[in-house]
Design a protein around this ligand. Structure first.
Ligand code: NAD
Ligand code: GLY
Length: 254
């Protein structure tokens, strides 16, 4: 039963809730969901505080499981609320963007941004379960889907040359959201992330490879006030820049 007790509180955002609530079992649709504001610029402590207030109103206790349905912003924010409310509630992630399915929902990093920078407040809080339903991606806008591909490519570059070759070969199908290719790719990305995190949960070494492209990517997001690039877009620019820096360093050493 993954340690999930009978009481579940759903946490989502208004857009995702409108799109996906009709597809949930009646028992999950019945209660009042906690709806947090949509968008990277709202991934902050005020949203966490809102989640705490709603959990108090709902009478949540340590037996209450949070069911987070949404993209990475929602998962990171609800995850941080889950990690800290009553010193920790169990959480189940139902990621609904490509990026969240292959990356943010797996591995237990949760947190929010401060004005000073991205993800500066957070915790490691592993989910009891991550449930990726590929059908949820049908309504994802093309730009968001493509941004998610940046984190998909990452796994090929940092960990699995065969996956990278497969991505090069199957890119047209992947862009069409071909269900067979998508299922294989999402599963492989989750496997790689789980493997890395199992070796180094708290990022004392190996896990840092998952941050490929993130140093420059996060800086780009922050200086553009989270309004210009989607997270995945900033990361893909960061990956190209990191690779170029790597080539220069490599030449210098040679
Ligand atoms: P997001 O959560 O902002 O979602 C993108 C947009 O798509 C939002 O407007 C959302 O409401 C909408 N949406 C979500 N599901 C939808 C669906 N099925 N159909 C239509 N619209 C849908 O962005 P994201 O790319 O999912 O996540 C980015 C965040 O993830 C960043 O804050 C990043 O820092 C974080 N992240 C965290 C980790 C981690 O390990 N915790 C890893 C990578 C990224
Ligand atoms: N996205 C980086 C990590 O999960 O470690």
């Amino acid at each position: 039963d993954h340690g999930i007790r009978s009481r579940v509180v759903v946490c989502s955002n208004p857009l995702v809730w409108r799109l996906l609530a009709p597809r949930l079992p009646p028992a999950l649709r019945a209660g009042d969901p906690i709806l947090l504001p949509d968008g990277e610029r709202f991934k902050g402590l005020p949203a966490v505080s809102r989640a705490y207030d709603a959990l108090v109103r709902a009478g949540a206790d340590r037996g209450t499981t949070i069911l987070a349905i949404g993209g990475g912003v929602l998962g990171d924010t609800a995850g941080f609320a889950a990690a800290t409310f009553l010193r920790g509630l169990p959480i189940v992630h139902v990621p609904t963007t490509l990026l969240a399915q292959v990356d943010s929902s797996v591995g237990g990093k949760v947190g929010v941004n401060l004005k000073a920078g991205k993800n500066l407040v957070g915790a490691f809080h592993q989910p009891r379960l991550v449930l990726c339903d590929l059908d949820t991606l049908r309504t994802l806008p093309v730009r968001e889907y493509r941004a998610g591909l940046a984190e998909v490519m990452k796994y090929g570059i940092i960990y699995d040359a065969a996956l990278f070759a497969e991505l090069e070969r199957d890119l047209p199908k992947l862009l069409r959201r071909d269900p067979v290719v998508l299922a294989r790719v999402v599963a492989r990305c989750c496997e790689i992330k789980a493997d890395v995190v199992a070796h180094d949960e708290t990022e004392s070494g190996l896990r840092a490879i998952l941050n490929f492209g993130h140093t420059i990517g996060h800086a780009l997001e922050a200086i553009s006030r989270y309004g210009k690039y989607l997270h995945g877009e900033a990361i893909s620019i960061g990956q190209v820049a990191a690779a170029e820096v790597g080539i220069v360093v490599d030449k210098d050493i040679a």
